[in-house]
Design a protein around this ligand. Sequence first.
Ligand code: M6R
Length: 607
Amino acid sequence: MCGIVGYVGEKNAQDFLISGLKRLEYRGYDSAGIVTLAEDGEATLIRAKGKISNLEEKMAKAKRSDKTGIGHTRWATHGEPSERNAHPHKAGKIYLVHNGIIENYKELKNELKDFDFQSETDTEVLAALIASFYKDGEHPLLNAVVQALKLAKGTYGIAVVSENNPDEIVVARAGSPLVIGVGHDETFVASDASALVGHTKQAIYLNDGEVARVTKNSVEIKTLNAEPVSAKVEEIETNLAAIQKGGYEHFLLKEIMEQPESLTETLRGRIHKEEGTVRLGGPGLSEAELRKIKHLVIVGCGTAYHAGLLAGYYIEQFTPEITIETVIASEYRYRHAYIPKDAVALIVSQSGETADTLACLREIKKQGIKTIGIVNAIGSTIAREVDGGTYVHVGPEISVASTKAFTSQVIAMVMFGLTIAQAKGVRSSMLKPYIDEIAVLPEEIGKVLEEATEPVKRIADKYKTYEHAIYLGRDTAYPTAMEGALKLKEISYVDANAYAFGELKHGPLALIDDRFFEVAFLPKGDLYEKAISNVQEVLARGGKMIVVTNRDCDLAVEDVVKITTDIEIFAPILMNLASQLLAYYMTTAKGYNVDQPRNLAKSVTVE
Ligand code: M6R
C-alpha cells in the first residue's frame, strides 16, 4: 500500500526521501514522487510511474541540496498508475502526500470550482482544499490543514509542505499510520517505522485525529479540535539487519529460512517445558477472567485468517466448553453478529494496520468485548487499540507473502488457548503433549527446511508450467491446505484453490484433469485412512498428486515430500513449510517478482 516519508533537518532531503521510499517498496506501489524545498521556498517536484529506480533516474537530472521534503509511493485507488496521478500533489504553493481515501472528494471537488485539477485523484482535491484555506498568520500551514481536514471524510495519513514555510512539515492521521522520528537537528516522518531505522531510534506514533507541525528540532501535536497533545516518545526496536536480505536472493526466502529463530522469539519466556506451563503477560487477563471465557472470536484477513482457523482447530482439542469462530474481517465488520459477553476476541494481524481487521476491532470493542491482539508490528494501530495482546516478535516481514508470521501467529494463539485451559483446570497431562511439541518446534522447523528444500525445488521445476492447482487436507491439514493455496496463487499466479478432502465429492472432483496438479497434506493421525481414500478418488481420475506427509508413503502418486519428524500434533505447521517453499520455487522458476507480486500490497490499509 502507499508509503509516506518526510525530512526536515540539516542534511540532504532527497537522499533520505529516496532511501526511505526504498525501505517502503515492500508495501507495494505503482508510482513514486518527492518534492523538496530550498531555503527560499523554491520547490523541486519529481514524480515517476513505476519503480523508484525511474524516479532516481529523473532525480539524477534534478539534484538538489534542499533540507526539507516529502515523498510517496502510490498504490493506485483513484485513477490509473501514472505520473500525473502520482504524489506529491500540488495546489498553489502546497504539496501533499496522502495514504488512505478521501470518501467525499467528489463533493469537495464541486466546491472547488476555480481549481484546475490535473489528476483523477482524491488527494489532489485535499491539496486544493488546504490551499484554499491558507492565509498568512501564525502557523498558516497547520491552520489550513486543520480546517481542510475538518471537512474531509475518510481515512488519511498525510504530510504537507508549503513553499511559504520551507522549514516545516505538517502531518496528520485518521486511520492510516504516521510516525515521527526524532533526531538531533533533524526530524523524520514516515508511514512505517522501517523507513526510520538507522536514522533514529526515537519515534512518536500519531493517533487518529491528531495533527502535528514538525520542524528540525520541534514536534507540536494537537487534536483537530486544537487540544494540545503531549508526545510520547517510544523506542524503535528494529535494527538494520532485520530489514536487509542478509545474503538471500529474496526477502521471501530469508523469511522462510529464519523461522527457527523467529518462532524462538515468539516462545521466549512464554513456554516452560519443565513445568509444563505457558505464561503470557500481554493479554492482561486474570485467572478468573480466563476461567470465564466461553467463546473465542478470531478475526483476520488472508494468512492471518488461516492462522486463526488452524489455531481454532487446536484450541478446541484441549479447551473444554468453549466455542470458537474464526472470521474474515472484511465480512465480519458488516455482519450483525451477536457476541456473547463471556467471549474474548483475538485480533490477528502481522502489520497491525489492516483496515478491515481494525474496523472489526473497533466494532467488537463497542460491544464491550475484551480484545486481544496477535500482532507483529510493534506500536501499530491494532497493537495500540486492543485491550491486551501477545506480540509474535518475528521481526519485520518484508515480502508481501506472509510466512514466518503465520507460523508464529498459530503458535501464539495456541499458547493463549493453553493459558485458558490451564486456568480452567484442564489436567496438565492433557496439555503436556502440546507444550512439549511447541518447545521443540523451532528446531524441527530447521530440520524440515533443510530436508525439504531440494526435493521441493525439483518438484517446483516439474510443475512450473501448470496454471491450476488443488490443495487438499482434512482437520488441521485443511487450513494448512488453504494457506498453501493462497501462497501459491499470490506469488506464482497459479489458480490454486483449497478444499477439505470431504468436500471433493460435493463438486471439486469434477475439476480433475491434466491441466491440474494436486497437493495433499497427509499427517499421521485418526483421519489418515479417510484422507487416503480421498487420495485414491483423485488418482482414479488421473490426478497428478504431490503428497506431503510425515508417514512412510507407498501411494502411487507422482511426488512425495517426506517430513521426517517426531512431531505429530503440529505436523501441519511443518507441512506448511513445504507449501511456502513450493510457492517460492515455482515463482522463481517462472521468473516472477517474488517479493512484490503484481496488484498486491503488504499492508492493506484501505477497505
Ligand atoms: O498484516 P495482516 O496480517 O493483517 O495482513 C493480512 C493479509 O493482508 C495478509 O496475510 C495477506 O493475505 C498476505 N499477502 C498473505 O501472504
